[in-house]
Design a protein around this ligand. Structure first.
Ligand code: ATP
Ligand code: MG
Length: 410
């Protein structure tokens, strides 16, 4: 089964919003073995919409359209689908009733304009509205056409409740991906170690996704069912992990913070963060995962040199010399924040994010520290790129050092 995704909305073409719907849809379709061959974006223009939808229908099994299902005159996806496939729009009394109730429950009168949202192409199956817009799917010749609202939250609800089950039942094949997170090695060094595996790949395929200081090696297998796909991946994953050794983060956590969180929960332990150049990013990363409250105690953003002393208790003398961007200060920050929050693990970042050097330390100088139940380790890293990059690398490095220490203590 192959699919094509069309984003509708002039704001996409103007660069006012990114087409995250296409990204979400593609990622979800990949998990159920539907190949996505095209992404298109088109403005709110009837002629161009019918042209794009018509072409998509000639070359794709499934066409998913997002956006343009609202009540305003520029929302014309319904009309465009009707025109493309020459099926009339029919007002659906059942949907109109639900829409009226939607407004009444909120104590509001339904604007007449909203009734347009209950016009569906004849023969379409409605997808229940999450807000005011119903989605729908329609068999048009050999093509399944699916229309979803543009609002990302509504789109995702319909995707999960209706679209994925519908497509899964049609495709007869599953695609499963697993990722190995690789920390502290870099993309080219990672590749060096597994290049022959990548060159020989077929099923599973192997791909890299590089982030700040972190590489994801993703293996994707297709098979008749999930167990068969996992069986294809297992030996390849084991080989990759063996070759990457300690750089391969254990487990299936989606992020390094999640992996660290899992390790902490398993030890009934907690973490606190002392942040200088990362300014809260480390705390943010640690709170991304659901259930972060089980292990995250808190973070102190001690950006000014003085705050490193007054809040974290770093020695005043050390803040003078060798200065705040140093191995010894990073270590005391980690110890201080663990004490401050009564946490088992203290993480700390200090460094020079740029663009200008600081105290003769070049841009990209990073020290991260981890203090785990009294033992402290510090790492010196040379970051690269702009401020975002340097700060991202600092976050990853701190999390990685923390997970190595916690992992070693089993
Ligand atoms: P509504 O009922 O809210 O009008 P709609 O189906 O008409 O929904 P649009 O008007 O096209 O959808 O978009 C509504 C909002 O959803 C946009 O302002 C935008 O913030 C977001 N949105 C639309 N399309 C996309 C997209 N492809 N990716 C991410 N966000 C989008
Ligand atoms: Mg709209």
């Amino acid at each position: 089964l192959n699919a094509e995704i069309i984003g509708v909305g002039t704001e996409l073409l103007l660069g006012q919003i990114a087409n995250t719907n296409a990204q979400r849809l593609s990622a979800a379709l990949a998990t159920i073995g539907v190949d996505v061959y095209y992404h298109t974006a088109v403005g709110d223009n009837l002629n161009r919409m019918t042209e794009v939808i018509g072409r998509a229908a000639t070359r794709s099994d499934v066409v998913i359209i997002t956006g343009g299902l609202g009540p305003t005159p520029d929302d014309i996806t319904r009309e465009a689908i009707s025109a493309t496939f020459d099926v009339p729009l029919v007002r659906r009394a059942d949907l109109a009733g639900e829409l009226r109730e939607f407004f009444e429950r909120r104590g509001r009168r339904m604007p007449e304009a909203n009734l347009r949202q209950t016009d569906l192409p004849r023969g379409a199956v409605a997808i229940p509205a999450e807000g005011t817009a119903s989605g729908f799917h329609l068999e048009a010749g050999n093509t399944l056409v699916i229309a979803l609202p543009g609002v990302p939250w509504e789109m995702v609800q319909m995707l999960q409740k209706v679209v994925l089950p519908l497509l899964r039942s049609r495709s007869g094949e599953v695609t499963i991906s697993r990722e190995v997170l690789v920390a502290g090695l870099g993309e080219s060094h990672t590749h060096e170690r597994i290049a022959d595996l990548v060159a020989a790949q077929s099923n599973p395929t192997i791909a890299y996704l590089a982030g700040y200081g972190l590489v994801r090696v993703r293996m994707t297998a297709k098979a008749s069912d999930e167990a068969a796909a996992l069986a294809l991946i297992a030996p390849v994953e084991a080989e990759i992990r063996a070759r990457l050794d300690r750089h391969a983060v254990p487990g299936e956590g989606a992020t390094l913070a999640q992996v660290l969180g899992n390790l902490l929960v398993a030890r009934s332990a907690t973490v606190a963060a002392a942040e200088s150049l990362t300014g809260g990013l480390l705390g943010s990363a640690l709170t991304e995962a659901e259930g972060a409250g089980d292990y995250f105690a808190g973070a102190a953003v001690t950006y000014a040199t003085r705050a490193k002393g007054s809040v974290l208790g770093v020695d005043a003398g050390l803040l003078e010399d060798p200065g705040p961007v140093s191995e010894v200060v990073a270590g005391q920050m980690a110890e201080g924040v663990a004490r401050l929050f009564g946490a088992d693990l203290g993480l700390a970042t200090t460094g020079v994010a740029g663009p200008a050097e600081q105290d003769a330390r070049p841009v990209g100088t990073i020290f991260v520290a981890a203090s785990w139940r009294g033992a402290t380790e510090v790492r010196h890293i040379r970051g690269y790129g702009d401020r975002d990059s340097v700060r991202g690398i600092a976050v990853t490095s701190a999390l990685d050092l923390g997970r190595l220490m916690v992992q070693a203590d089993s």
